[in-house]
Design a protein around this ligand. Structure first.
Ligand SMILES: [Zn+2]
Length: 208
């Protein structure tokens, strides 16, 4: 934590330092799901993230994130903001995202989705993804809490940022459970604590 005292810049190698920045992220301009994406990114479960801000000028959002995370890869294109710890990776993700040729499987992997899930979902047109997710959540409705319950992703309460290849996907379940433990064991500031409380309310019974 000494790095925080000497500088306002987060130490990219230190999750506690990165979580400290959570308190200064302009959440009001972002969709609630950005908490899941940024949480997974900060805890190193996602190499890259793509966020479409809700309001405000995208360039302003870019500049705000640049000030918060000065040494990461950060770029914008059209309506989207891309961020990676690695600058080259960030540009690759942006390029892939706007390719007209099929790219879903590769892009999914760069966004931290397990290979089985990236491969599975890339077989479907993008317009079908929400209904696939809805069907999965319907299937687990009688078994909640469920580690792969993604029904509240859009509200920012979820342990993965992708549609699992199945509700039994072991790679997704391991990712989700490990993320839950990391969130639970991290203190953070009041904003992080508030999100953590919501996450534990939903998934806390799944902690061993
Ligand atoms: Zn999978």
């Amino acid at each position: 934590m000494n790095s925080l005292v000497s500088s306002q810049q987060p130490n990219l190698e230190c999750v506690e330092s990165m979580i400290h920045v959570w308190e200064r992220i302009p959440w009001e301009t972002l969709p609630p799901s950005a908490k899941v994406d940024l949480g997974l990114w900060i805890f190193r479960f996602k190499p890259s993230i793509r966020i479409i801000p809700l309001i405000g000028d995208l360039k302003d959002t870019h500049d705000t994130f640049k000030a918060l995370f000065p040494n990461v890869g950060l770029t914008i294109h059209k309506d989207s903001l891309y961020m990676s710890l690695d600058k080259t990776l960030c540009l690759l993700v942006k390029t892939l995202d706007w390719l007209s040729s099929p790219h879903g499987e590769k892009l999914g992997t760069l966004l931290g989705y397990p290979p089985c899930c990236s491969k599975h979902i890339s077989q479907f047109p993008e317009a079908m993804i929400d209904s696939i997710s809805a069907l999965q959540n319907k299937a687990i409705s009688g078994f909640r809490p469920h580690i792969l319950d993604t029904s509240e992703y859009s509200e920012g309460i979820c342990l993965v940022s992708h549609v699992p290849c199945s509700i039994y996907c072991s790679a997704s379940s391991i990712l989700a459970r490990t993320f839950l433990k990391k969130v639970c064991s991290t203190k953070g500031g009041s904003q992080f604590q508030s999100w953590k409380t919501s996450m534990l309310k939903k998934y806390g019974d799944l902690l061993e």
